[in-house]
Design a binder for this molecule. Structure first.
Ligand SMILES: [Zn+2]
Length: 286
């Protein structure tokens, strides 16, 4: 087994929270939707336990409010709890004051339920770019130590292709915060995303594995993987009104995900973001 220890991360949200369905399922309907996130996340906890993997759970404040016992189960099993904001609004669609209150609300509820200090944050849909770098000032103000909110690729919905590809320190008026981008492989000045989610579901396992191995070989850096509880749930209710593209991205290969995930858990070493990136010997670029 490869010696590099990688970071496993889950964005804890339900199928109806995703940005791709935001025009089809307004926030005012969330309360009426059948919840799947709780049972799906419990299933993930079982899988992580089976392979002795610790993970970071970037959790929506909305999910914490509706599933308080799940939050306790996550921390009781030794995983890291982190914030994915409260209402899954993209940081690019909020004012600084709105962003502050959304993230503060999520941090408060997660800390209250878990009794742990929350130090990690991930923006919905990797929505940090050159237009809203004040996000980092707010995160420092709220006591966060790291963020994993950027994807240095060209993509129709997000992406900062010219930004750093590896964990680095952001200076924010004398204070520092670590930004941990989603991993990419670079070929002829073009970055290809290999971080997980939809790509991992779309491609056969051997191709994802080949890319992760290539990343390790070329970069000698920890890899980090992200996905969502709804990706292991082929029986989730279908959102028929969404666009064909959104539906393809959301539903492709859901039934194969759990098996692929098990392969990944078995074949690599995994730990939390905090354990991989927040210790004094971690490779963090200045
Ligand atoms: Zn999300």
């Amino acid at each position: 087994m490869n010696k590099i220890i990688n970071a496993m991360t889950v964005d804890v949200e339900d199928y109806f929270h995703v940005s791709a369905f935001e025009n089809t399922i307004p926030r005012s309907n969330w309360e009426k939707m059948p919840l799947r996130v709780e049972r799906n996340t419990y299933r993930l906890l079982e899988l992580f336990e089976k392979y002795n993997v610790k993970s970071t759970f970037f959790t929506l404040g909305w999910v914490a409010k509706h599933c308080p016992n799940l939050i306790k189960a996550i921390v009781d099993q030794g995983h890291e709890l982190a914030s994915h904001g409260y209402s899954h609004k993209r940081a690019t669609e909020m004012t600084r004051a709105e962003f502050f209150s959304d993230v503060e609300q999520s941090k408060n509820i997660l800390e209250e339920l878990s009794g742990k200090k929350i130090v990690g944050y991930r923006a919905p849909s990797f929505s940090v770019n050159e237009t809203n770098t004040w996000v980092y000032d707010v995160l420092i103000e709220l006591g966060f130590q790291y963020s994993s909110s950027t994807y240095p690729i060209n993509h129709d919905l997000y992406g900062v292709p010219d930004w750093p590809r590896f964990a680095y320190l952001r200076d924010v008026s004398d204070q520092k915060l670590i930004e941990i981008p989603i991993p990419t492989i670079r070929h002829r000045d073009i970055n290809t995303g290999i971080g997980g989610g939809g790509y991992f579901r779309l491609y056969p396992y051997w191709l994802s594995k080949r890319r992760i191995d290539k990343f390790h070989k070329l970069e000698q850096m920890p890899y980090n993987f992200y996905f969502h509880p709804w990706e292991i749930d082929p029986d989730q209710p279908r959102v028929k009104e969404a666009s064909l593209k959104s539906k393809f991205r959301h539903y492709v290969n859901l039934s194969r995900m759990e098996g692929k995930l098990e392969q990944l858990l078995k074949e690599y070493q995994w730990d939390t973001m905090k354990s991989v990136y927040l210790h004094k010997n971690a490779k963090i670029m200045e």
